[in-house]
Ligand binder design. Structure first.
Ligand SMILES: Cc1cc2nc3c(=O)[nH]c(=O)nc-3n(C[C@H](O)[C@H](O)[C@H](O)COP(=O)(O)OP(=O)(O)OC[C@H]3O[C@@H](n4cnc5c(N)ncnc54)[C@H](O)[C@@H]3O)c2cc1C
Length: 293
């Protein structure tokens, strides 16, 4: 398969990129790692007139901490950099644990964190992880700059809150609270496949070991990342026990989710997986949070 004809543009810096994007917002597409865009163009599902290659924009390629110990990453950071960076392993261990689940080594060596988030595949790992981590995204156009919480960024199937002319430039993850635990669980048919169901979990305990915050965020069960709000609510303010965790996983699978039926799995099977994986992720998160005392 070959893509429809297009013009290839390589801006020298972010300003040039934003100017070009502003002029051609309806007909241009940004090319990052190309791991999702190029297949889509080859199938002619996307036919941009202009392809703006951002791979030379070093301004979008950084990993650093902020004053509060939070993490800041440029949108062009590759999956393999996230996977192997010791600062990320230390500051956002959930993210570190998620990365090997994304495709294969070859895909992770080219694919970028920004590309994955903007592509917003409902079965992708990073959108759910970012919602679980309470991440925020900095988006920029020629005219303005704004921050969007991850929870508001994903607005539907392969759809985000980006407006015409805007691009994602930075991802910010707050510092992990003191007594927190995390876990990522996924089931796919073969290693490297997109998830049938996956879940990213964060639990925060207060000094008395009472649950202060719970974030259980699923993938593969809706149009984007799904925060299991009722399940999380059932845990906050309580001292967590194995029974409570089991009950919360059931609430998530029965009340919070409406998984799709498709050629890969039935809705009932996905619901079953959601309960099993939800329980595993809550249990592991609690175990890790308790170790911090
Ligand atoms: C065989 C295979 C298996 C895969 N398995 C998985 C998997 O298991 N899990 C998973 O999550 N992903 C998987 N992927 C997808 C992979 O993670 C991609 O890297 C990712 O989806 C897109 O990142 P990219 O940098 O390649 O983006 P591109 O393909 O270059 O772009 C994707 C989209 O994002 C837009 N875009 C890119 N960067 C920006 C930006 N900074 N601002 C605004 N718009 C931007 C592009 O215009 C395009 O619309 C797989 C891909 C392949 C080919």
């Amino acid at each position: 398969m070959k893509p429809a004809p297009f013009e290839y543009v390589v801006p020298k810096n972010l300003n040039d990129c934003l100017n070009f994007l502003y002029q051609h917002s309806e007909t241009a597409k940004i090319l990052a790692g190309g791991q999702s865009l190029i297949p889509t163009m080859n199938f002619r599902m996307a036919q941009p007139e202009y392809l703006i290659d951002i791979n030379n924009l070093n301004e979008l390629s950084f990993i650093r901490t902020d004053k509060t110990g939070g993490l800041q990453m440029g949108a062009l950071i590759r999956h393999h950099q996230v996977e192997n960076d010791p600062l990320i392993a230390q500051k956002a261990p959930l993210l570190h644990e998620v990365m090997p689940w994304i495709g294969h080594v070859q895909i992770r060596s080219r694919g970028t964190i920004g590309g994955s988030l903007v592509h917003a595949d409902p079965a992708a790992e990073l959108p759910s992880a970012m919602v679980a981590l309470n991440a925020r995204f900095k988006v920029k156009s020629k005219k303005k700059e704004r921050w969007i919480p991850a929870e508001q960024f994903f607005v539907g199937l392969f759809a985000t809150a980006l407006e015409p002319g805007e691009m994602l430039v930075e991802i910010a993850i707050p510092a992990m609270p003191l007594h927190s635990g995390y876990s990522f669980q996924e089931y796919s048919r073969r290693k490297g496949d997109f998830a049938l169901v996956g879940v990213a979990c964060m639990l925060v305990l207060d000094k008395n070991k009472v649950c202060e915050q719970a974030r259980l965020v699923y993938m593969g069960v809706g149009e984007g990342p799904v925060l299991a709000a009722q399940a999380c609510q059932s845990l906050v303010g309580k001292t967590l026990t194995p029974d409570l965790l089991q009950q919360a996983a059931k609430i998530a699978s029965q009340n919070d989710l409406t998984p799709p039926n498709d050629m890969h799995a039935s809705s009932a099977y996905r619901r079953h997986l959601a309960e099993v994986l939800g329980h595993q992720s809550l249990s592991q998160s609690l175990e890790r949070a308790e170790k911090s005392f």
